[in-house]
Structure formats: structure tokens, C-alpha cells
Design a protein. Structure first.
Lengths: 181, 355, 249
């Protein structure tokens, strides 16, 4: 079954890297996968996003009209992509920066204070990876183990010291909806 | 040989890096280029890698200089390449015309963006004409290969070097901004083609023989006639031996979609959707844009009731499909001027409108 | 016993299909290049990037390996040849229009990069092959087919002093301007060509020689009058001399 994910946020929130980690995890899980960024004017500020398409068959289509999972790390991304979510799809929104408004009833909302959780972990830059933990849990398409392997591959050598913290962030995200509301 | 680049497992790689790494593995001895989005990663990768491997790299002063540096390197029989995009490939047209006449194995990677003029950096297929018809002067052809996945970026880069040297003809890998920027799992296997003997023509210094000249200048008309006849004999051989395409679901198709490059991915999905709806559709994807699969299209025109070309430009390849089909059945166009390819649903809607 | 005192250099071909115009200095310049190639013993290791203009058929005279370059691009092609085959001796032979007008970017950038190649530039103050139009080195006041009342700087701008410009580039090892108007100057020209070749062989960077030459056909002069013009007019703007030599003490 082919599913697509959009990860969106401010430039600097690590959106493209999070997408690369997710895509690598799908590759390690033996899936067909494609990652591509939106680029252009957005490169100079505003929202950045990338799309990851994964499935059991060769990924053919890109630039899909609808999306199964959207991670919105800021309000602008939430506003921009809400209408792109498929019926029955899921919006994972960073409630630290996004207002908890549910205007659609034909889809799922997951509001999680992603930035706040990352701050509590001790590094606000972990928000992107923390969000991936939530994606793994919500999509049931990718395991934590594959994401950890992917992190190990994607993090450049000079960032390898941050691997344990990244793994922690992943786990916090993965366990988030188990926490009391 | 840069064997450290060979991977026996899949690696998530960006299209531009995949092309660059494949070029290194193909034995590219020299890279000359000038930056332009959306292909700058190719030059960036090459600048470090070629130095590391003690091969040639120059940050050229312009695309004019870059293509001529490639010509110079190729004149010695070396494997050499440049890469660029759209408005900057325009600057290379003179060099490409010379290189076809000089019969040099120039490899050009052209990562298309929006045009005409400066246009924008969004993906596009607006340089189909530029690559297949050429903007340079005189009668010539470039071999043009069009990948549609990142793995094909690797495989067709290998092939570009092989065909360029086999036929001594400039060869273009025609990608687009989407492919250049996209990441997919790819495998870098060993360069699969034989090395071509160039001792019969390459410049080596005239040791024990008289000077060898590589030139296009033919001051006498009769000389030029002989040369062009010979050149076009070569093109005939290329057309007979190297035409490559992919077909899905064409055997019983009423509607045949024709699409190349990244756009063909969405068309494949649209074809699947057609079949689910009971529309007998199939796709023919040219992999070589020159030589173009004219004969196969002609054959299919006896089976299909209609052809629909899908491309991201104002309608360029559709002209070649019309020539091949030669009025036998209607050839329609679904297009988008620039940007990411139309979504499969949009293609499906248009197909339903057209049938 | 007879002693041979003059012969065809090995680096020259015997029977050529074309020739330069009577009285043109190209013939002397090409012979000097051939003699230097012979004397340095590098004919069999040399690759030439030819050019467009009167020098277009240079490879019909020189018996060496050569690649033709589009107009102005010889320095780029020579760069490509040298980067692919650093062990080869690589040089260009160009006119002033090719080297310093349409090819100025390629020429200056090759010098700035310090490409280990050599370049010979024939300066005859006009586009000879196309019939004597105004070029980058056309002198102030000079009448050409596209400066019918003479080159006035308000309208046409200034001529370029090529050897001086090339000397300014940090990657240049040797830059000189010579002429072929007297036997003494021909000898000096040959020395300069040799030097421009030797700096490449030593790996010191670009070796460059600008050769002041005649164009009796387009100047509408006899060969002698043309040499007079080189001495009395050209040399005032284009002063002969060595402008850079990194091997000098």
C-alpha cells in the first residue's frame, strides 16, 4: 500500500533532514521510496517542506494532490496543508506553535507540543526527529528500529555525538500518545 | 577506478549526486562546469572527488568555456563531461555543433528548469527541443537519454559515456529539476560497458606519424557533402541499434500515452487508474529521445485508436509523436507549462475528456 | 662538401593546400613556431588548439596533432587538453580578434588560473580573414571597413594592449610583445616563443607572446610599406618588450 507524507515547517526546523531520515528508514525496511523537496522561493525563508512517498511497488507518481500524513511544525504549514489531507488522513501538528483548531471532521488530528517536548529534552533542534516518532506511531508503517538505523546513516560524522539524544527524541515522540492528556 | 563509490546495497541518493557519482564510476577523467540551479550539486561533488582522484576539474569562467574545455579533453580520447541547465545549456549550443562535426564523445548532463529566458528553477521539460533538435548550426544530432528515476540517472549516465565513445557523438543526459533534487534508493554497480578503443583518432602528439587534425572546417562544398553523408550513415546505425523505450499495457490498448522523464511516473499511475476504470490504456515511455522510437509508435498506431502525449512544456515531443504516427490516428496533448508533473488524477480527468 | 644551411623544419608540412597572402607575417610566425618545436624536440608530444581567422588552417602548415576551436575558445580547449593530458605540450595560435575580443574571457581566465599552456597571438590590428574590419587592436585613427573615417575613441573606444594585460595576471609566467619587421626582431621573436614554450615545460604557468604582424592585403600596402607601418605606427601603441618573465632574476 502506497502512502505519502509531507513534513513542513520553518526553514531551520530540520524538515528536509527529518524527511531524509524517514525515507532512509523506508529504504532499510525494503520499501520503494521517493523523497523530494519543495524548493524555489521557499528556500529563502517561509515554509519549507518535503514529501516522502513509500510503498511496496515502485513509486511512480510524485506531486500528489492528496496526502496521507502531514507533519506541520508551524502555523503556516498547518494552514497551507490542511486542505491537502486525504479523507481519513492524519494531520500531526506541533501544538507549541499551532492553534488547536479542528475544522475538518473527515480526518484525524494529532496535536502534540513537539517544540516543548524537545525543549524539555534539552535541545529544541530535536523537534523534527521527535515528530518522526509520532509519525511512526500514527502511520504504523515504519518501525522505531528502522528509524534509529536511518538516523545512524543520515547524521553526518560531526553530528554523530547527537545520535543518543536523537534516539531519545524519537522514543519520546513514539510514546507521546500514550502519555496522559 | 573510484571503487569506493561502488555500493553493493542501496543508498538513498539525490539525483544530481547519483549522476555525479555514476560519472566518476564510468571513468570520467575531467569535469568542467559553471554553477546553475537546479544542478549545482553535480559540480560541487565533482570539485572534491576529481581532485581526490587526481583527475581534471575546472570551475570554468562560463558555459562557453566549459563545453570547449570538454571538447579539448575529449579530443585526446579522454572521458570528459559538463553539466548545466536550460538557459546555460543555450550557451553550449555552438560547442555541441562543433563537437558533432569533430565527432567527439562529449557528455552533457542537462537538468531542465523553466524557460524561456531566465525562467525559473522549477522542474520542466521545456528543453526537449533544445536537446533533440539542437540550437547549434548545421545538420547534426545529439544522442539524448531521458531518465525517470534516480536509479536510471545512474544507469543512463553510464550509458551516456558508453554511447558517446562508441559512436563518437555528443550525448546528453536530459534530466529535470525534480529528478535532480529527488532522493531515491540506488545501487552503484560497476561500469558495465566495454572501454572503446580510440587510438585511431585521439590526439596524442604526433609520435612516429604525421599530425592528426580534428576539425569541422571543410572549405570545399564537396568535402562537406561527403562528410555529412557519412555522419548521417552513423546516425542511421544509431537509430537501428540504440533506440530504447519502455512499454506497459500497450498490447491491447485503445489509448496509448506517451511520456518521458519524471512526468512518465505520474502517467504510469494514471494508466493504472484508467485500467481500474475499464479504460484500455497503455504507456510508451521513450528512454532515448534521440533516437526516437518512431518505428514502434508507427506499429502501435495500427493497434491503438488514439495517442495522448503528456509533457511539462507547451507541447514539444507531441510533434515527434505526430510525425511518427503520421496522421493514422489522432495525437492529443496533455500538458502543463512548467513545474512538477500534473497529478495522476488530473491526467486521468483529461484522458476521460479526450476519449 | 655541401652543407645544408636551410631546410624545412620537421614540424612543418611539405605540401599545403592553402597559403597566406603575399607579404603577410603569419608565414614567418608559423615557421618560427615550427623551428622552436623542432629545437625543443617536442613535436611528437604536442597538441595544438587552433583558432578561427586567418590562422584557421594553421594545422595545414604545422605537422602536429591539432584540435580546431570555435572562434575565441582556443584557450578553453587548450585548458581541456592540458587537464586531460598534463604530460603533453599544449599551445594555441590565435589572432588578436580571436584571443582578445571574442575570446578575451577565455584568455584572461586561463592566465588567471595559471594554466600550464602557451599561447601565440598574432596582432595585425584588423580582422583579416573577413576583409579588414575594426578589431580589438585597431589603432586610434586607423581606417577599416567598419571604421570608414578612422577609429575615434569617442565612438569606438580604445584598442587593447594584450601583452600588458596578460602580464598582469598572477598565473602568467611569461608575456612578451615582439615584431617581425627586421631580421633582428625576427630573432628576438623566436627567442620569446622559445621562452613562452619553456615556461610551460618547466610547469611555471602560462607563456604568452603577442606578435605584431602585417596585413598588406587589408592595409592596402606593399610588404615593405606594411613593415614600415609596424615600426612607425603600431609600435607607438604596442611597445615591444618583455612584460613578465618569472624566470628572470
Amino acid at each position: 500500500m502506497e502512502k505519502n507524507f509531507i513534513i513542513a515547517g520553518f526553514g531551520g526546523q530540520g524538515v528536509l533532514l527529518a524527511g531524509e531520515v524517514l525515507a532512509t528508514a523506508f529504504m532499510l525496511a525494503g520499501k520503494h521510496v521517493t523523497w523530494y523537496p519543495s524548493y524555489g522561493a521557499e528556500m529563502r525563508g517561509g515554509t519549507v517542506n518535503c514529501e516522502v512517498v513509500a510503498g511496496d511497488e515502485e513509486v511512480s507518481a510524485v506531486n500528489k494532490l492528496e496526502t496521507d500524513f502531514i507533519v506541520a511544525l508551524n502555523q503556516a504549514s498547518f494552514d497551507k496543508f490542511l486542505k491537502k489531507i486525504k479523507k481519513g488522513g492524519t494531520m500531526i501538528a506541533n501544538s507549541t506553535l499551532v492553534k488547536e483548531l479542528k475544522t475538518r471532521t473527515d480526518m484525524n488530528y494529532i496535536f502534540a507540543p513537539i517544540t516543548k517536548l524537545a525543549e524539555e529534552l534539552g535541545n529544541i533542534k530535536m523537534a523534527n526527529i521527535l515528530a518522526l516518532g509520532i509519525v511512526a506511531k500514527a502511520s504504523k508503517m515504519i518501525s522505531l528500529e528502522h528509524l534509529i538505523d536511518a538516523l545512524d546513516r543520515v547524521l553526518p560524522p560531526h553530528r554523530k555525538n547527537l545520535l543518543p539524544l536523537n534516539i531519545k527524541a524519537l522514543k519520546i515522540g513514539y510514546e507521546y500518545d500514550l502519555l496522559p492528556a | 577506478m573510484a571503487t569506493e563509490c561502488i555500493t553493493n546495497k542501496k543508498v538513498l541518493t539525490k539525483g544530481n549526486y547519483a549522476i555525479a557519482q555514476a560519472a566518476v564510476l564510468a571513468g570520467c577523467e575531467c569535469y568542467f562546469g559553471y554553477p546553475i540551479t537546479p544542478q549545482s550539486e553535480i559540480g560541487e561533488f565533482m570539485s572534491g572527488k576529481m581532485q581526490e582522484l587526481n583527475r581534471g576539474y575546472v570551475s570554468a569562467e562560463s558555459e562557453l568555456a566549459a563545453i570547449n574545455m570538454v571538447i579539448g579533453a575529449c579530443s585526446t580520447g579522454a572521458k570528459a563531461m559538463t553539466s548545466s541547465s536550460s538557459c546555460a545549456v543555450s550557451l553550449m549550443q555552438e560547442g555541441l555543433s562543433y563537437a558533432t562535426s569533430d565527432q567527439l564523445p562529449v557528455v552533457l548532463v542537462s537538468v531542465m528548469r523553466g524557460g524561456p529566458g531566465l525562467g525559473n528553477i522549477y522542474p520542466s521539460q521545456g528543453d526537449y527541443f533544445q536537446a533533440t533538435k539542437g540550437g547549434g548550426n548545421g545538420d547534426y544530432k545529439l544522442i539524448v537519454l531521458a531518465p525517470s528515476t534516480v536509479q536510471e540517472c545512474v544507469d543512463l549516465t553510464y550509458k551516456a559515456f558508453y554511447l558517446a565513445h562508441k559512436y563518437r557523438n555528443p550525448t546528453v543526459l536530459l534530466a529535470d529539476g525534480l529528478l535532480g533534487q529527488m532522493m531515491e534508493p540506488v545501487e552503484f554497480k560497476e561500469y558495465p560497458y566495454p572501454e572503446i578503443d580510440n587510438s585511431g583518432w585521439a590526439l596524442t602528439g604526433a609520435k612516429g606519424r604525421s599530425g592528426r587534425v580534428i576539425r569541422s572546417y571543410a572549405p570545399l562544398a564537396e568535402d562537406q557533402c561527403v562528410f555529412l553523408e557519412k555522419l548521417y550513415q552513423k546516425y542511421k546505425t544509431i537509430e537501428e541499434n540504440e533506440t530504447e523505450w519502455e512499454e506497459i499495457g500497450t498490447e491491447d490498448a485503445d489509448i496509448i500515452l506517451v511520456s518521458f522523464g519524471s512526468t512518465s511516473r505520474n502517467v504510469k499511475t494514471a494508466v493504472k487508474m484508467c485500467r481500474e476504470k475499464g479504460i484500455k490504456a497503455g504507456i510508451l515511455r521513450p528512454i532515448t529521445l534521440y533516437p526516437f522510437p518512431n518505428n514502434r509508435l508507427k506499429e502501435l498506431a495500427c493497434i491503438a485508436k488514439k495517442f495522448i502525449v503528456v509533457e511539462v512544456n507547451m507541447g514539444q515531443m507531441v510533434n515527434d509523436v505526430r510525425l511518427a504516427v503520421n496522421g493514422k490516428v489522432p495525437v492529443e496533448l496533455i500538458h502543463k507549462p512548467v513545474g512538477a508533473p500534473p497529478a495522476p488524477e488530473e491526467i486521468l480527468d483529461k484522458i476521460e475528456e479526450l476519449i | 662538401m655541401a652543407t645544408q644551411v636551410f631546410k624545412l623544419p620537421e614540424s612543418l608540412r611539405e605540401n599545403t593546400r592553402y597559403s597566406f597572402c603575399p607579404g603577410c607575417d603569419h608565414g614567418v610566425a608559423v615557421r618560427l613556431v615550427a623551428e622552436v618545436l623542432d629545437e625543443l624536440g617536442i613535436r611528437e608530444n604536442t597538441i595544438l588548439a587552433a583558432s578561427i581567422g586567418c590562422s584557421v588552417t594553421i594545422y595545414d602548415f604545422l605537422n602536429i596533432d591539432a584540435i580546431e576551436a570555435p572562434h575565441g575558445r582556443a584557450m578553453a580547449e587548450a585548458t581541456g587538453v592540458k587537464r586531460a593530458r598534463p604530460d603533453k605540450f599544449v599551445f594555441t595560435y590565435q589572432g588578436d580578434g580571436d584571443f582578445a575580443s571574442i575570446g578575451l574571457a577565455e584568455s584572461l581566465n586561463a592566465a588567471l588560473r595559471g594554466e600550464n599552456i602557451s599561447a601565440i597571438c598574432i596582432n595585425n590590428t584588423t580582422y583579416g580573414m573577413t576583409g579588414g574590419q575594426l578589431g580589438p587592436t585597431t589603432l586610434v585613427g586607423q581606417v577599416t571597413t567598419t571604421s570608414p573615417t578612422g577609429r575615434n575613441i569617442e565612438y569606438y573606444g580604445y584598442p587593447i594592449k594584450i601583452a600588458e594585460h596578460i602580464a598582469l595576471c598572477d598565473g602568467t609566467a611569461f608575456s612578451a610583445r615582439v615584431s617581425l619587421d627586421t631580421v633582428a626582431n625576427i630573432k628576438k621573436a623566436k627567442q620569446a616563443i622559445k621562452k613562452a614554450f619553456e615556461v610551460q615545460i618547466k610547469g611555471l604557468g602560462l607563456g604568452f607572446v603577442e606578435i605584431l604582424s602585417t596585413c598588406p592585403t587589408n592595409w592596402k600596402m606593399t610588404p615593405d610599406e606594411a613593415h614600415e607601418r609596424v615600426r612607425n605606427e603600431m609600435m607607438k601603441t604596442f611597445v615591444p618588450g618583455i612584460y613578465k618573465d618569472v624566470t628572470a632574476d
